[in-house]
Design a protein around this ligand. Sequence first.
Ligand code: UDP
Length: 324
Amino acid sequence: MIVTGGAGYIGSHACKALFNAGYMPITVDNLSTGWSEAVKFGPLEKVDLLDQPALERVFGMYRPCAVMHFAAFSQVGESVDDPAKYWRNNVIGSLNLFETCAAYNCEKVIFSSTCATYGDHDNAVLAETSEQRPVNAYGTSKRAVEEILQQMSKSAGLKHVIFRYFNVAGADPDGEIGEFHKPETHLIPLILDAIDGKRDAITIFGTDYETHDGTCIRDYVHVCDLVDAHVSGLRWLENRGSDRIYNIGSGTGFSVREVIEQASLVTDRDVPFIEGARRPGDCSKLVSGSELAHVELGWEPKRSSLDHMITDAWRWHQTVGYQG
Ligand code: UDP
């Protein structure tokens, strides 16, 4: 099966989970933000989703029966500054992929969407049925891809499972792969950088939100739990389950300050931080209701306590990471 973005953080963990479940993951990645060293569980095809003829060659060569689609730009702040980049890459790239799937009778698609498609909901816990009103181009581009997939299910028979996931954290407990972005923008790796002196301090983006301590609340889910859900979603489609959308999160929200405190406890080190302005495009609170995935896929998060996630991230953080 094809895994787009298999050289990235979540995609590489998905490849490991698929390999362990008996599948052969073929990574399709342009290596713009991914790492060839992260592709350890199957072949790498260095292809950009905007290059449809190259994509068709890969499909012709491997004749996949399913696709897991992770390849996308995913930074909220950047998407506010440069929305066109997000629309072009995330939407046109996905459209090319889905058209190629249809042309090669690859009719099972697992799509990586996001809680950012919901936008702000007055601090409510979000269900799959909650209205989607994204507040940044990352969220709007992902919502558009969801719609394309839903329409192409009807027109071209692309059976799909859409996962809207919350904040992914942690790393492979075996230490083979982990989160490594350049530049890094995500909260937990930045905190770990600040702890071990790779940066002076972490800036808290906004302390005047209407939350219990004024900082944003997010629902963090362990990357291994997330990719387990993807394998279950694939099995769901293989067993002729119909099109689905599932939220994937732990169901518990933590504020930025709480994440900093927990990181300090896990590592037994101080976290240097400063209080800064809000980051444009941020919602105050995003917390998942993931009941549907529990009920239909039997999905249970196993490592998604903050303690587990930070412990695994910290172990990975102390390795050399990827070189280039
Ligand atoms: N955040 C922060 N400082 C940083 C990076 C992130 O305060 O240097 C906050 C951010 O505003 C959000 C939360 O941490 O409330 C998670 O942000 P991240 O970029 O990790 O994920 P996102 O929620 O954007 O997908």
